[in-house]
Design a protein around this ligand. Structure first.
Ligand code: FES
Ligand code: FES
Length: 194
């Protein structure tokens, strides 16, 4: 090899690899720094809940459930498992049911959020709320806000053709008091009354 030894080539390769690694580390540090700058500390966000705009100050890691209950003061939405299993925390986001313990509040900005407190109109219960009372669709009542929000969506989705269909589409909402027959009867009544 004319004028260039194998050792020289290897040295040059090692130097290039080291420089590349250093540069990658520097870029990564910059990116991490930017992320830290972006997510450091509480941020004021805007949430539209039951037609009213709220501007809580919260960290990006706060769930919609905690924002509703602890920052906005709407405690009708319940925290059961806090990991997506029980449905007690169900709310509507743009008309679709969402388990609020599984989504971050910052992700729901610009959307219409409806909680159990937003269902009644001018002092009159929503037909689903009235149906739950008529049919004793609750015992302790802890799961009931989530059941009702899910039932409202179930009706809007058109999944109330039979008791089996209601059971299937309400299966994401658990009831520790096992009021399932009465819950199904409540949803059926609301569906029958349009
Ligand atoms: S509290 Fe959200 S699913 Fe149980
Ligand atoms: S009414 Fe008690 S958990 Fe459902």
């Amino acid at each position: 090899m004319s004028g260039t030894s194998r050792r020289t080539v290897l040295k040059a390769g090692a130097a290039l690899a080291a420089a590349t690694a250093t540069s990658a580390r520097a870029e990564s540090a910059v990116a991490t720094g930017q992320a830290a700058a972006t997510f450091a500390g509480p941020t004021r966000i805007s949430l539209k809940v039951n037609g009213e705009v709220h501007a809580p100050l919260l960290e990006p890691r706060v769930t919609l459930l905690d924002a509703l209950r602890e920052r906005i003061g709407l405690t009708g939405t319940k925290k059961g498992c806090d990991r997506g299993e029980c449905g007690a925390c169900t709310v509507l986001v743009d008309g679709r049911r969402v388990k609020s313990c599984l989504t971050l509040a910052v992700m729901q900005q610009g959307r219409e959020i409806t909680t159990i407190e937003g269902l009644a109109r001018e002092g009159r219960l929503h037909p689903v709320q009235a149906a739950f009372i008529d049919n004793d669709g609750l015992q302790c009542g802890f799961c009931t806000p989530g059941q009702i929000m899910s039932a409202v969506a179930c009706l809007q989705e058109g999944h109330t053709g039979s008791d089996e269909e209601i059971r299937e589409w309400m299966s994401g909402n658990l009831c520790r008091c096992a009021c399932y027959p009465n819950i199904v009867a409540s949803v059926r009544q609301a569906a029958e009354h349009g």
